[in-house]
Design a protein around this ligand. Structure first.
Ligand code: ADP
Length: 259
């Protein structure tokens, strides 16, 4: 009887061990799939501007250099493609820092209304080009103090505001509002632009996922902006939520700790 029990215990142990190994294996396979997919995405994203630059250079070498009317155009296009590659590489660096946990947060107390105002001012020309107005629903003279890593929260606000311009409608309005939520502050960036299809809503925070592919590329989007936003807020143990209706607009709301 005793022998039987030991056999049973052993069997249970073995089952547990196998389950654990099985889980580890699934996790490793998952990581490997993720890594492959990531590399595939990166090379795909970089391929387009590289081939474009090659095309422009070949055209210039092929007689385009002598033709004043076209050499400038081709050089400008090549520069645009290079800028695109720089944006992609910069965003990739940021993502890899965030994912490896290399980013050290230095929380400090700051007025988030003033920060939003500063960023909105810096994006004014970009917005005006499309006739978009950025409205901040609170004066910076009525401060809201939060505690967070200011540099990375600036990045969150920049990315959300840039998206509201890129996916906004001509002559539209972006509104940034703040709500008091007891321990935290809810910052909401809303636009009246193209909106996002319900089926895409839970994928837009994935790296390289684009609901609106042509608009994203046209505006120089890397498909990494919202992935970066999500990572930064996760590192702060904060959340972000999106509400959107196709053709009507989108609203992104995230929380910050009150200082
Ligand atoms: P991208 O560089 O393509 O803008 P993001 O990660 O910032 O990358 O956004 C991912 C996708 O989510 C975009 O390609 C776009 O389809 C969608 N999206 C993001 N913000 C908005 C918005 N304010 N309105 C509509 N769609 C948006």
């Amino acid at each position: 009887l005793e022998g039987k029990d030991i056999g049973k215990e052993l069997e249970e142990e073995l089952t547990k061990w196998a389950a654990k190994r099985g889980n580890e294996l699934t996790r490793l396979r998952e990581m490997e799939r993720y890594r492959k997919e990531f590399l595939g995405n990166v090379s795909h994203e970089l391929k387009t501007p590289i081939f474009n630059i090659q095309g422009y250079i070949l055209t210039l070498l092929d007689g385009g250099l002598e033709d004043e009317s076209i050499n400038r155009v081709y050089l400008e296009r090549a520069e645009k493609s290079i800028n695109r590659m720089i944006s992609i590489v910069k965003d990739l660096e940021e993502i890899s820092k965030l994912e490896s946990g290399e980013l050290t947060l230095n929380p400090e107390k700051f007025n988030v209304v003033a920060l939003v105002q500063e960023i909105a001012d810096s994006l004014e020309m970009k917005a005006l080009n499309r006739g978009i107005k950025i409205v901040i629903a609170r004066s910076k003279d009525t401060p809201i103090y939060v505690s967070a890593d200011k540099k990375s929260i600036s990045q969150v606000i920049v990315n959300l505001l840039v998206n509201s311009i890129n996916y906004g409608k001509d002559g539209g309005t972006t509104i940034v509002s703040f709500s008091d939520m007891f321990d935290s502050i809810l910052v909401e960036v809303s636009d009246d632009g193209v909106g996002i299809d319900q089926k895409d809503l839970n994928r837009i925070f994935e790296r390289f996922f684009r609901a609106d592919k042509s608009r994203s590329r046209e505006s120089g989007g890397t498909g990494l902006g919202l992935a970066i936003v999500k990572h930064i807020l996760e590192a702060h143990r904060q959340t972000i939520n999106v509400r959107s209706k196709l053709g009507e607009g989108s609203s992104f709301a995230f929380t910050l700790d009150k200082a």
